[in-house]
Write a protein that binds this ligand. Structure first.
Ligand code: HEM
Ligand code: SF4
Length: 595
């Protein structure tokens, strides 16, 4: 994984020291509230519905076990409100309606963009937490504000069998360029970059402000397909391809032009129109022409100062150090495969886990194992302090001390020896982390919604919980097959509802929580085809109706599917109408039953 340089370490510690000073001055009344606010935000400290919320970056989703243990310590010792605050917050939640909220404390929440959030840390402990994080080279710099945010990538980067080139060194070059970039510290709005280096897109690249796919051109040279202006929110837009091929050497010069023109032309007068997607939509070719002209100027007049050399790429590549593993198998891989096959036939639960939670690896002696953080009683992406500690133990024992954060809010062990899969399975199962639901219906994405977020229109977590409760039968889940269910608590779309095969969006009508359902969206993977926004099925549903509506939609799939078809394939072939009709009649049936 990435080896931090002395510069990285010193920089992060200096930022933590600076923040401690800012906090102390605010506490002493030397900094006013509105002076301190931007300073804490620049370090990932928000204030949300009940308490401060800290967002910490996990570049490329990579965590060492030392880092995981620090996250566990923070969850255990700092993600703890006073009993009075917790009681007050719970009372607030109890007023919200039918679906109960169960506020919990002492955990970390993994997000879709390879960040980790804490919901309860008191601000007066924030400097202490920053020091703990800095001790393991972690921070919240640029995890908030109108700047270039944490650059995300494929959770299988560097190990995926379908990889064209490892995207992490390019991501790291972009991180170094965008961190504290003086020109881009105050953009019109937040700016998110994702980069994928494989055939399959596991990073929702087309939904980003800038999306980069590593590609080869016809001559075999390495470069990027560049997309600009993707984003969700109120107006879902898929990124526009503005370069089919850009040589990798020019990525910084080119992105400098992309972001500079946005910085110059982006709408600062209206927060709803400030994202780059609106500019690209409004200006179209004019924006692209301006970027190309700016790019030419950077190359010709400014001498292409950021053109990358092979030596620089090699330097950064060398910071991604693969673990040294002893990999000879005395019995040989074919024998291990046969042993696993026999074990899977003996125990279908193990077989399902192998199918859903285990991915192939560039090294045939290894596998990548997803630990499922989707289960009853826990919000999607939440990990308690104890769970984090056991994940660290698992990773130390079986995965060369490395863990990764996935786009779907799970954790992954990237370096598991093929023959150790039965042992990993038993250990993960004993810890409740081996549910074989990866990519299935209950492996859903959900934002914190109205349980924690001050911007929410409705809660997401109780809806996720009701659905998880309804779909506990693993036979049913496996029969339904791969389905992306995404839930957001408001139109800001943090839970990616637009890109869900099934999307659920919380809306507020007369102060009450309602849920809009959309169908047919896609992140843009090989299964679901190109990225696309789902279509709303009709007026919104009450919280208590959502699970029935989902059931009705899935019944249509069960009736309509042809052999081998996934949910989204049937939906595309059969059209939305039967699904829409079933969803709406489920609403009426529930309403009648309740009347
Ligand atoms: C409670 C804390 C959070 C707050 C206050 C918050 C706020 C926001 C806002 C205001 C936007 C829209 C920006 C815009 O379109 O101009 C946004 C976008 C986004 N958030 Fe969050 N968010 C929070 C937590 C999360 C979490 C936990 C996740 C992941 C699970 C997440 C993932 C995203 C993503 C991916 C987008 C981009 C959507 C797009 O492309 O438009 N956020 N967030
Ligand atoms: S989608 Fe809305 S409710 Fe959910 S975290 Fe984002 S801003 Fe909050």
């Amino acid at each position: 994984m990435y080896q931090y340089t002395d510069f990285d370490r010193a920089f992060i510690q200096a930022r933590a020291d600076q923040y401690r000073d800012q906090l102390t001055r605010w506490q002493a009344g030397e900094l006013k509230e509105d002076e301190f606010r931007p300073l804490r935000l620049q370090n990932g400290w928000y204030v949300q519905r009940h308490a401060p919320m800290l967002r910490v970056a996990v570049p490329y989703g990579e965590l060492s076990t030392a880092q995981v243990r620090v996250l566990a310590k923070i969850a255990r010792e700092f993600d703890q409100p006073s009993p009075e605050l917790l009681q007050e917050a719970q009372a607030k939640q109890d007023l919200l309606g039918a679906a109960p909220s169960r506020l919990t404390t002492g955990y970390a929440h993994f997000t879709t963009r390879q960040n980790v959030q804490f919901n309860w840390i008191p601000l007066d402990k924030s400097a202490e937490v920053m020091d703990l994080l800095a001790g393991v080279h972690m921070h919240g710099i640029q995890t908030s504000g109108n700047c270039i945010r944490n650059i995300t990538s494929d959770e299988l980067a560097g190990i995926a069998v379908d990889e064209i080139a490892d995207p992490r060194p390019f991501g790291e070059i972009l991180r170094q360029w965008s961190t504290l970039h003086p020109e881009f510290a105050f953009l019109p709005r937040k700016f998110k970059i994702a980069i994928a280096g494989a055939q399959e897109d596991r990073a929702a690249v087309a939904w980003h402000d800038v999306g980069l796919y590593v590609v080869h051109n016809a001559e075999g040279a390495l470069g990027f397909k560049v997309l600009v202006g993707g984003g969700m929110g109120r107006t879902p837009v898929i990124g526009t391809v503005i370069r089919e091929f850009l040589p990798w050497q020019e990525i910084l010069n080119y992105l400098e032009a992309v972001v500079r023109v946005y910085n110059r032309w982006g709408r600062r007068d209206n927060i709803y129109k400030a994202r780059i997607k609106i500019l690209v939509k409004a200006e179209g070719q004019r924006y692209i022409d301006e970027v190309e002209s700016e790019y030419r100027q950077i190359l010709e007049q400014d001498g292409g100062q950021h053109t990358l050399t092979q030596a620089e790429l090699d330097r950064v590549r060398a910071s991604f150090v693969p673990p040294t593993l002893k990999l000879e198998h005395p019995s040989g891989e074919a024998k291990i495969a046969a042993m696993l096959q026999a074990a899977a036939e003996d125990d279908p639960e193990f077989g399902r886990w192998l199918k859903q939670n285990v991915a192939p690896h560039q090294n045939p002696a290894l596998r990548a194992v997803t630990l499922s953080f989707k289960r009853l009683g826990q919000a999607p992406g939440d990990a308690t302090a104890d769970q984090l500690d056991v994940v660290a133990e698992l990773a130390d024992t079986f995965s060369a001390g490395e863990v990764r954060v996935t786009h779907d809010q799970n954790l992954l062990l990237p370096w598991v020896r093929f023959e150790q899969l039965p042992e990993v399975w038993r250990a993960a199962k004993a810890l409740g982390l081996a549910r074989s639901n990866v990519r299935l219906l209950t492996d859903m994405i959900a934002c914190p919604g109205g349980d924690f977020c001050a911007l929410a229109n409705a809660r997401s977590i109780p809806i996720a919980e009701m659905i998880t409760e309804r779909f506990q039968d693993m036979d049913e889940l496996h029969d339904l097959g791969e389905i992306d269910l995404h839930i957001s608590g408001c139109i800001n779309s943090c839970g990616h509802h637009h890109s869900g095969h099934i999307g659920i969006l919380g809306v507020d009508k007369d102060g009450k929580e309602w849920y809009q359902v959309s169908l047919g969206g896609a992140d843009g993977s090989h299964l679901s085809g190109a990225a696309v926004a789902g279509k709303v099925v009709g007026p919104s549903f009450a919280a208590t109706e959502v699970a029935d509506v989902l059931e009705a939609i899935l019944d249509v799939y069960r009736q309509e599917r042809q052999a081998g078809e996934t949910f989204v394939q049937t939906l595309r072939r059969a059209g939305h109408e039967p699904f829409k009709a079933a969803a709406n009649s489920a609403r009426q049936a529930t309403a009648r039953a309740e009347a």
